[in-house]
Design a protein around this ligand. Structure first.
Ligand code: NDP
Length: 333
């Protein structure tokens, strides 16, 4: 093959927002194809927010791109030559060979595509990883019920646009948050969401509150930052949040103060608040279990008993300052 390969490599780790100099464009010889491999000419490359994370040398759910390595990413391409039965020149394939024109790939890393089934680029977006992300978030992570208010940020984007449409099909009232009037019109007029709210508007929090008069039952989080701040107070009791991503914070250096909720995404954390009074059946259950363990000597406890009702205020202030040691009790007389 006399065609050269063209690659975009990570030249430098970005500080904050990536700069053009963080990438290098390299022309190289075409890859050699080993037995079991397929030579692919990539036609369409997917660019996704997760790639920003791969540019950092930080512990995450996926390995970082090494300095000098080809940037990672999925692409749709066409087979040029093949050593593998079932892959013939001209076949369309989906694979993760990164930001480059040509690659020699083990056939196991490729998914053969039917070009008649859907437009080729759809396999990178609506039918690909982002569409699947929307499907998982709405059907497995934070599931909307009919009549509930479902809010999604980055609503006109690859994930948000699909998440909102699935939630709509599930019977929810769907409000999309997007940047600018054009994107907001798209989410209502084209995607069929019930409302679109512009997060760039000065009175965005008030507009969001007006669009969600009953509050928010399910929030599909794609953005973080100021959008999250506006959503948070509107969440209803027993609301659910699917933490999908926080693209507004990917370039923030140093990180904003406070715990980074992006850890919820990276470590797939489940956070669930609860109030014991919502579980009235648990009281009798625990009385039975705890009393038995006490009798058996299997449960230890300590009490801090203050004598005299008049000591109650002081003892209470001490409790808030950590002065008590064990369950604080006032012996009244
Ligand atoms: P999009 O195509 O939606 O592109 C990103 C969009 O985010 C922008 O167009 C912009 O939309 C919005 N945005 C960017 N910066 C800001 C900001 N500072 N404030 C508010 N909005 C901002 O991306 P995807 O649909 O591919 O991804 C959406 C999210 O899903 C990302 O956070 C991504 O990391 C996450 N993701 C998570 C996956 C997972 O497995 N957990 C898998 C795939 C994606 P607008 O102008 O409307 O604000």
């Amino acid at each position: 093959m006399n065609e050269t390969n063209l690659q975009i490599r990570l030249a430098r780790r970005p500080e904050g927002a990536p700069q053009p100099g963080d990438f290098s464009l390299v022309e190289t010889a075409p890859p050699d194809m080993a037995p079991g491999e397929v030579l692919v000419r990539h036609r369409y490359l997917s660019l996704d927010p997760y790639m920003r994370g791969r540019m950092d040398d930080a512990k995450s759910y996926a390995a970082a791109v090494g300095l000098g390595e080809v940037m990672q990413g999925q692409s749709v391409g066409q087979v040029v030559a093949s050593t593998v039965p079932g892959f013939a020149p001209g076949d369309w394939v989906l694979g993760g060979q990164g930001w480059q024109r040509l690659s020699a790939v083990p056939a196991g890393g490729l998914l053969k595509l039917d070009p008649e089934a859907a437009p080729l680029t759809a396999w990178l977006g609506v039918l690909g990883m982002p569409g699947t992300t929307a499907w998982v978030g709405t059907t497995r992570i934070a599931v909307p019920r009919p009549g509930e208010t479902f809010v999604v940020s980055a609503a006109s984007g690859a994930v948000g646009s699909v998440a909102g449409q699935i939630a709509k099909r599930m019977g929810a009232r769907v409000v999309g948050i997007a940047g600018g009037p054009e994107k907001c019109a798209f989410v209502t007029d084209t995607l069929g969401f019930d409302d679109g709210v512009d997060h760039r508007a000065e009175d965005f929090p008030a507009r969001l509150a007006a669009a969600c008069p009953e509050g928010i039952d399910v929030y599909f989080e794609n953005v973080g930052g100021a959008v999250q701040h506006a959503v948070w107070p509107l969440l209803r009791d027993f609301g659910r949040v699917a933490f999908c991503g926080m693209v507004a914070e990917y370039n923030t250096r140093p990180p904003a103060p406070g715990p980074s909720l992006m850890q919820v995404v990276r470590k797939r954390l489940s956070l669930r608040g609860f109030i014991v009074m919502d579980h009235p059946d648990a009281f009798a259950e625990w009385r039975r279990t705890g009393a038995r363990w006490l009798r058996e000597g299997a449960l230890q406890y300590r009490e801090d008993v203050v004598q005299g009702l008049e000591k109650a205020p002081d003892a209470f202030l001490g409790l808030l300052g950590g002065k008590n040691f064990g369950k604080l009790i006032v012996a009244i007389d």
